[in-house]
Each structure stands twice: as C-alpha cells, then as structure tokens.
Design a protein around this ligand. Structure first.
Ligand code: MN
Length: 476
C-alpha cells in the first residue's frame, strides 16, 4: 500500500488530501518500522499502518486522522517516541497517537478484568473520538490478518472484538465497520457454524440476484414515471454474523428469513423519501407492523431512514430502506460522517470523552426532535466530564474526579497504601504528591512500610471524600 493509493482513495471520496502531511507521515512511519515484519514473517510491518490509513481514508476522515493512523504503532513498536511525533507532526497528531498507544498498555489479567479495562479504555483513551476510529480501523486489519497468529491468540482477539469493539462501533453508528468486524470475527468464534452457514447464505443471495434485478427495474420505471429523481437503487445483503444471530434468535431457518436482503433507494431530499414510500406502498401490500419512520424519529446513534416491508412481486417479502445521501453517509459511517470536510473546510466537531457512563448516556440520548448538530453538541455536553482515568503500573484503570492527586489514587487502591504512601511517580517521573493528575497518567505509589501514617497537609490537596476521611481517621 503506497501513500499514492491512500491519497487517491481520499480523492475518490471527493475530499481534499493534505498530500504534504500524508507523505511525511508515510515516510516517517516506513523508516521507523524498517526491518520489522508482520506475523506472517513475509510482509513488511509498514503494510499494517498503511492498511489502517486506507480504511480511515475510505471512511472519509480528514488527513490528520489518517496521518495518525499511519503513525499509530510507532511509539509502541519502534525506537521513535511520542515526543518525536510531537516534534515532527505537532500536538494534534501526537495526542491522537498517544490516545491509541494507551490501549496496548492494558495488560491481560484474565478475560473479565481485561474486558472491563478495555471498556474503560474506550471511554478514556481519547481526548477525541478519532482515536477510537483509528483503533477500530487497526482492529479491522488485525482481524484480516488474524490467521497468521497462533491459534490461542486468535480466539481471544475475535472474542474481544465481538464483546468490545463491535458494541462501540454500533454505539457510534459505524454500521459498515461494525458489520465488517463481526463478519471477520465470526468464523474464529463459531468455526463450525460459520463453515456450514456461509456457503448457504452466499448460495441464497446468488439465487435472489435475478429477482432483485427484476424489482429494481420495476421501481426505477415507476420512479421515472412519477418524475422522482433518485441517486441509486440497490439490493444489499445483511452481514453474515447478523444473519447467524437472527437465525439463533428466531430459531428459524435460512429459507424462512426474508430480511437478509433489503432494497435501498437514495434520493436527493427528505421529502422525496416520503414520495418514494407511498409509491412502494401503492405498488405492493405493506406489512403495517414493519413500517418505521426513522426520519422523524432518528435512532440514538443518528441513523435516519424510512423502512417498509411489503409483499412484493411473486409474493416475496422485501424490505425497503429509503433515505437521502446525507442520511446514507450517517447510516454507514455514524459519528465519522461528521469529520468529513464541509464546503472544503474541516468540520472540527470533537467529542471529548471520559465518563464511565458514556456509553449508557449515548444510549439514553433521545434526539428524535433534534437535528444532527444539536445532537452532537448535546452529546458533547453529556460526555464532557469531571472524571479522569488513571492507569496503575499493572495496567488497570481507575476513574477519579478531576483535580485528584496521587494521594487520592493511593487511598482509592487501599487504605494501607494511602497511609504508607511516601511519594509517587507520574508517568515514570518522580513527582510531588500534590501534583494534580491528568487524564491517562500512569501512577506508581512509593510504598514505605516504616511510615507511621499520612501527613496533615495532605488534607490541603486530597480531593476525594474517601481519601480525606481516611486521612482524618489515621490522624486522630
Ligand atoms: Mn496496529
């Protein structure tokens, strides 16, 4: 994967690439990873970050994010540090990369604990959701090359994908990526089921092809007759894992599952969607319980579309989705759709993260009456936080209130550690106990078993009620 291929992908998306930045990041990355190879023992390592960058380019993200994608493994795996990236590419890219690097500091300590840490990581890692987008693109390529890893690792990576990455992608409305991750992980987790099911699905889709062409032709004639402009009409299959889940859930057979394919019509304006809807519902018999107006009532993740299921030609049941181009972009890219260039300018919407309730809040947000911009600014408010996330040297993550210090951290871990706390290292550097902790800091407490107890002036900077209570108790 060359930088030219990445740049031309950006162009295909009708976006303006920052050629200078991308070439510089690409060259820096290739040089840093020089001599390293991937797990297949043939491919140069540089192919991996380049593929990650390509995915980000396909998602229509800005050049800054794509450059950070190119550099995402540099501090972790090469002699070049985050400071080198800061010096060469500036603060924004350095921050994105360090957000991604933090993910791999989590150490594996049993699956449940790991999952919990990873979940928190997603909330904490990024000053900005773009770090998460890069991490998801990274995961996609790791799954694509998963067969090269030893068997015991494969299942873990696949499982963690379905448990963590997929729900995160879903909450962010990244439907394309979500389906891709699911379908890539599926055969590693359910090898027997996948082996049995996948050829059947492909076979069934093949059988449906002719039929879909027929109704595609019919609806196009009708739309033209009624003078309705449309941008595209196409049939699209649901993801393999999605179909598998549905079969499990409904205890149904593939033959009885009619919604493995949906027809999708894309029109210029929202009011056209309703015109198309009435055409479809006049041509064929709609199933009333299967009509959904996600335009008037958007889903929490921003998804908008009209859905209707009808008894179509030859008595076949077919689901139709009708939406505008902008809705389609949000449907496929979710939150990422908002980082596209708008009128030649980068849309600087950033979503600072950092609360452990973040995903729940996302779920609870009801934005049915709001437009996208209101939604984003409200999301921002909801997740703007007064919590920071702190690493232990063992790779666990704690959340503390903003303004917390190492003393709060020490008491948070254990009263005994608080009482015997003689100093601290913040990110490896000896620091004063009253230093205010920053999001993503790694704290190590220096434990002195001979220490008699806390010092009174800790009360001047201890922030949490728990720490203050413990200090007072020990002093009295
Ligand atoms: Mn990577």
């Amino acid at each position: 994967m060359t930088v030219e291929q990445i740049i031309s992908t950006i162009r295909q998306k009708k976006l303006q690439p920052d050629r200078e930045l991308l070439s510089r990041a690409y060259d820096f990355m290739v040089k840093a990873h020089e001599g390293q190879i991937r797990a297949d023992k043939i491919t140069p390592y540089a192919e991996h970050p380049a593929m990650v960058a390509l995915t980000l380019a396909e998602m229509g993200l800005d050049s800054t994010t794509i450059a950070a994608g190119l550099l995402h493994d540099v501090p972790e795996d090469t002699a070049r540090t985050i400071d080198d990236i800061y010096d060469t590419f500036g603060q924004e890219i350095a921050q994105l990369v360090s957000g991604i690097t933090k993910f791999s500091q989590i150490r594996y300590q049993g699956f449940d604990r790991y999952i919990e840490s990873l979940r928190k990581m997603f909330l904490a890692a990024s000053q900005d959701i773009r770090s998460i987008l890069i991490k998801l693109a990274d995961r996609k390529h790791n799954l694509e090359t998963l067969k090269n890893l030893p068997e015991y690792k494969r299942e873990r990576v696949a499982k963690e994908t379905l448990e963590i990455y997929v729900p995160v992608a879903a909450r962010l409305g990244l439907n394309n990526l979500k389906t891709t991750l699911e379908d890539l992980a599926f055969p590693y987790i359910y090898p027997r089921e996948a082996q049995e099911l996948i050829p059947k699905i492909i076979d069934r889709l093949e059988n449906k092809k002719e039929y879909l062409e027929k109704i595609n032709h019919l609806i196009q004639i009708e739309l033209k007759k009624q003078n309705i402009k449309f941008l595209s009409v196409a049939g699209r299959a649901k993801g393999l894992y999605g179909i598998y889940r549905k079969l499990q859930l409904k205890k149904s057979s593939l033959e009885n599952l009619y919604d493995i394919i949906a027809m999708r019509i894309i029109v210029p304006h929202a009011h056209d969607c309703y015109k198309v809807l009435s055409i479809i519902q006049n041509l064929w018999i709609p199933l009333p319980e299967r009509y959904k107006d996600y335009i008037a009532h958007a889903k929490v993740n921003g998804y908008q579309s009209l859905h209707t299921t009808v008894i179509c030609e030859d008595e076949e049941i077919v689901e139709w989705q009708i939406r505008t181009e902008q809705m389609h972009r949000v449907a496929e890219l979710g939150v990422a759709a908002h980082w596209r260039y708008k009128e030649g300018q980068l849309n600087p919407n950033r979503l600072p993260t950092g609360t452990n309730r973040w995903l729940d809040e996302l779920l609870l947000l009801d934005q049915s009456t709001e437009n996208q911009n209101d939604y984003l600014s409200r999301l921002k408010e909801e997740i703007m936080t007064n919590r920071i996330f702190i690493f232990t040297p063992a790779g666990d993550i704690l959340d503390l209130p903003t303004g917390a210090t190492a003393v709060d951290f020490a008491y948070h871990i254990h009263t005994d550690i608080g009482n015997h706390c003689a100093g601290c290292r913040i990110n490896g550097k000896m620091s004063s106990l009253e230093t205010i902790l920053q999001n993503n800091d790694t704290i190590e407490i220096i434990y002195d078993k001979n220490r008699l107890g806390p010092s009174r002036d800790w009360l001047n900077f201890a922030k949490t009620r728990h720490a203050r209570e413990q200090i007072r108790r020990a002093l009295s």
